[in-house]
Design a protein around this ligand. Sequence first.
Ligand SMILES: Nc1ncnc2c1ncn2[C@@H]1O[C@H](COP(=O)(O)OP(=O)(O)OP(=O)(O)O)[C@@H](O)[C@H]1O
Ligand SMILES: [Mg+2]
Length: 288
Amino acid sequence: MERIKQALEKARQQSVGAAPAAPAHPQTAPAAAAAPAAVAQQADALASGVIEINYTQTEVVRLDRATLERNRIVAFEKTNPDNWAFDVLRTQVLQKMDEKGWRTLAITSPTVGSGKTVTAINLAISIAHHTQRTAMLVDFDLRRPRVGAYLGVRKKPSLSEVLTGKAQLADALVNPDLPRLVVLPTSSPVPHAAEVLSSVVVRSMVADLRERYADRIVIFDLPPVMAGDDVMALLPSVDAVLLVVGNGDSTRKEIEESMRHLPPGQLLGVVLNKAEAEVRRGYGYGYY
Ligand SMILES: Nc1ncnc2c1ncn2[C@@H]1O[C@H](COP(=O)(O)OP(=O)(O)OP(=O)(O)O)[C@@H](O)[C@H]1O
Ligand SMILES: [Mg+2]
């Protein structure tokens, strides 16, 4: 616990001001029940081996600035005064990942509504703004996918269709009018999330996404650690994990418990989100 306390204290000290008033957090919706046909297709897809990826067809979509603002995607416009917090986070993350030779990063939190998706999207955008890096953002929250909704991208087919054997991965990729960013959204919940995330297909897909370009960082938005075994299922396939703790969203016990599940060698850091929300100045991120 001492380690967490020190981390949070350090994050708090480094926090760049406070967040705007946090809206009520939506509750985690239960995963949609799987239709038998979909399950069979999914099983076929997962048994069939490697997913082929062809980037030449990536669809470009223009993002609606008002939607981004509404969903706290502040890193897109370089003029947004809140985007610097993510540039600082990006620099810290890239330095540590480069040092270790890491290129794939899972983002999780102890409990729901801590700001994982907002952090994952803003971090990916901030990395893509960096002239020498490219970023890919994959929505691996297969129970409650929100990346597409937060970006205002309604993509079909998406990763949901790829993982249920109905589409090719190349057709699910989106380039959201930022040259060095590719997004792989998930449009609807995918049944048997943990089994899918630990499957050979997902493992080889993650390895392929990692190996294809040396300058690329691949970010995976995940569900909370305490919501099931999805995080545990994916961790063996990724290099590192970033824990987002929403200020006041998780108890000390939940933070402690979730950290027990994350191998210390893979833990890149802890982001304290919504820091000092009570003071209401600035955006509110801290990192250690
Ligand atoms: N720094 C912040 N300040 C205030 N509100 C925030 C901040 N970061 C995120 N939020 C808000 O908190 C809510 C939850 O954010 P988000 O969906 O990113 O969390 P999550 O951890 O991905 O949730 P889930 O566990 O449901 O996937 C959203 O309404 C978001 O706008
Ligand atoms: Mg989320």
